[in-house]
Design a protein around this ligand. Structure first.
Ligand code: ADP
Ligand code: MG
Length: 235
C-alpha cells in the first residue's frame, strides 16, 4: 500500500475549544489514517469528539496540536476530493432538490448545464431522481438525507465523511441510508467514514473506531492494521 492510498493521516491531532479554565479538549492527540477503500465507523456517545475528529479530517477545523495531512489527495482537502455529509438538515430551503445537489459543482465553477446533469446522475444513484423538482420542505427525513448524500456524490470525492447520517431517522430508514452510502461509495470508488452513536449502524462498516471523552481508541485487533492505525489510550 503506497502513501498515495492514504487519503487522510492524523498524527497526534488534537482540538481544544476555548481557553483557560473554560477550555474543552474535544479531541486529544488522535493518530489514525483512512486509506482508499476503507469503510470505517467512528462510534462513541454524544460529546465524545466524533464530529470534531471528522471536521479535522475534512479540514473544517484546524488541529490545535499535532498534524493532519492528506498524502493521497493531490489537491489537498478541497471539496472535490473530500465530501462531507453534515449532521442535521443541511439543504438550502429556497433551492429545489436538483439545485441543491448541483450547488457545490456550480460553486466549483462547473457550468450550470453540466452541473445539473451531474446532480441528476447523483440523485439517480441515491434513488432520488423523481425528487429533482421538490423543495426541501416537501421531503421526508430519509429523502432529505439521500439528497444531502447526492450533493456530496455529485463532486465524486475520494473520501466521503458522513456525520451521524442516520441520527434523525427511524431505524429502518437509517439502515437504508447506510445501504445507500456503502453502495454509492463503491460506485464512485471513495473511502467512507461514518460517525454514529448507534452500534447497529456502526456494525455495517468494515471497521469500528471508538471515541470516549475525546480519545480515539484502536480497533479490537490493532495488528490487522499498519503501524499508523489508530492508537488510543489502550495500546
Ligand atoms: P460528538 O460529535 O461525539 O457529539 P463533538 O465533537 O461535537 O462530539 O464535541 C466534543 C466536545 O467538544 C463536546 O464537549 C462539545 O461540547 C465540544 N465542542 C464541539 N464543538 C465546539 C465548539 N465549536 N465550541 C466549543 N465547544 C465545542
Ligand atoms: Mg457529533
Amino acid at each position: 500500500m503506497s502513501a498515495d492510498d492514504v487519503l487522510v493521516h492524523c498524527q497526534d491531532a488534537a482540538r481544544t475549544f476555548g481557553q483557560g479554565p473554560a477550555a474543552v479538549v474535544a479531541v486529544h492527540g488522535a493518530t489514525c489514517q483512512v486509506r482508499a477503500g476503507d469503510r470505517i465507523a467512528i462510534t462513541g456517545p454524544s460529546g465524545s469528539g466524533k464530529s470534531t475528529l471528522l471536521h479535522l479530517m475534512a479540514a473544517l477545523e484546524k488541529p490545535t496540536a499535532g498534524r493532519v495531512t492528506w498524502p493521497g489527495l493531490t489537491q489537498g482537502p478541497v471539496a472535490g476530493q473530500v465530501g462531507v455529509v453534515f449532521q442535521g438538515p443541511s439543504l438550502i430551503p429556497a433551492l429545489d432538490v436538483a439545485e441543491n445537489a448541483a450547488l457545490p459543482l456550480v460553486l466549483a465553477g462547473v457550468p450550470e448545464d453540466g452541473a445539473r446533469r451531474r446532480a441528476l446522475d447523483a440523485l439517480a444513484l441515491v434513488d432520488a431522481a423523481d425528487l429533482a423538482d421538490k423543495l426541501p420542505e416537501e421531503l421526508s427525513g430519509g429523502q432529505a438525507q439521500r439528497v444531502a448524500i447526492a450533493r456530496v456524490l455529485a463532486l465524486a470525492p475520494r473520501l466521503v465523511l458522513a456525520d451521524e447520517p442516520t441520527g434523525q431517522l427511524d431505524r429502518a430508514t437509517g439502515q437504508h441510508i447506510i445501504d445507500v452510502l456503502l453502495a454509492t461509495a463503491d460506485a464512485i470508488g471513495a473511502a467512507l467514514v461514518v460517525t454514529s452513536h448507534d452500534p447497529t449502524v456502526a456494525q455495517r462498516l468494515d471497521e469500528q473506531w471508538a471515541m470516549h471523552e475525546g480519545r480515539l481508541h484502536s480497533t479490537p485487533d490493532p495488528f490487522e492494521r499498519t503501524a499508523a492505525a489508530p492508537q488510543g489510550g489502550t495500546s
